[in-house]
Write a protein that binds this ligand. Sequence first.
Ligand code: COA
Length: 373
Amino acid sequence: MAEVKAGLQDVVIAASEICSIDGAKGILTYRGYDIHDLAAHSSFEEVVYLLWNGRLPKRAELAELEKQLTENRAIPAELIDLLKRLPPPQHPMETLRTAVSALSLYDPEAEDMSMEANRRKALRLTAQMGTLVAAFGRIREGKESVTPDPNLNSAANFLYMLKGQAPNAEDARWFDVALILHADHSFNASTFAARVTASTLSDLHSAITSALGTLKGPLHGGANEQVMKMLLAVQTEAKAEDHVRGLLAQKKKVMGFGHRVYHTEDPRATVLRKMSEDLGRRTGQPKWFQMSRRIEDLMIREKRINANVDFYSASAYYVLGIPVDLYPLIFAVSRISGWTAHVLEQYANNRLIRPLAEYTGPRGQKYVPIDRR
Ligand code: COA
């Protein structure tokens, strides 16, 4: 019997030049650049260039990409119309998944599989993702969608389109950092799903739709939403400990903790902890950070399980005024850059991804006609 690697744990399925993770040391790099360096010095747009091109841009190259991203933010009026007509989803990810799939119907190059067309589609989708999420966020509240502001970068423009008011410089910079931290994470479940779809030589919009369906699950992109729901339900530091102890006693997972690859602190959590603390203090809402800290201490003390990327992003997004059920969609606003980088890499050196299963069902069954069963 062949050995089954449940959940593909520790299985290396392809070579990739985009992102590396050292799970033992807690090091994450994009194209060889440490995530801490990028978070401290870079911008989301610069990271997008890096992921797509394999090197940091020169000043003029960055300016050109920023211009192209800005120029491609608009979504077709028909799609705004669609967002208004679709029934209220049970979860907003349903709408985003549907809308991204629908975008291909308005993309004149949807079925053009040349590398140049795929790069242009990657650019359009990356520019449009934030517009879609913000438009949905407003339309469901009965408000008009906000036209993108070409004078704002991706991070500030997203907050502006969502809230109808430009963010202050500190909020905008922290959100930019959050986008940098979420941009890529190697062969995580949604990226792998995108690559599987791309490996059939299906189109880029289909690959991203697969990724969105995969990101939606609570074990992946849905975790930070669950973290915030827990913090809101619990409300006080004292109750937070009891609540988490209760979950552990029932052998339930505490959302925002644990990771398949990191056996030490997720380096993104290190930055997001600071973000949550700083934003909490500056907005006069330190309570969510303090509760989170208490839960983290307990999880490390009792279970030796570290916080992951989803733990502190929850309280940080909350004080930025982002609706809780949009958190997984925010993940997509950033991760679209990594997904598209991986899809382009897959197309450039494609081999159909098609693993095997160890069959454990019955064998040699004799067909019995239906009226004799
Ligand atoms: N809370 C409590 N216990 C946890 C845990 C958590 N968040 N994450 C892992 N564990 C425990 C498991 O119960 C298991 O214990 P056991 O061996 O005694 O049964 C052990 O750690 C291994 O967990 P497992 O779920 O098998 O690891 P995995 O590699 O398959 O899962 C995750 C990784 C991320 C899916 C898992 O840690 C998880 O479900 N976390 C919560 C969801 C989350 O935050 N997802 C976002 C990831 S960035």
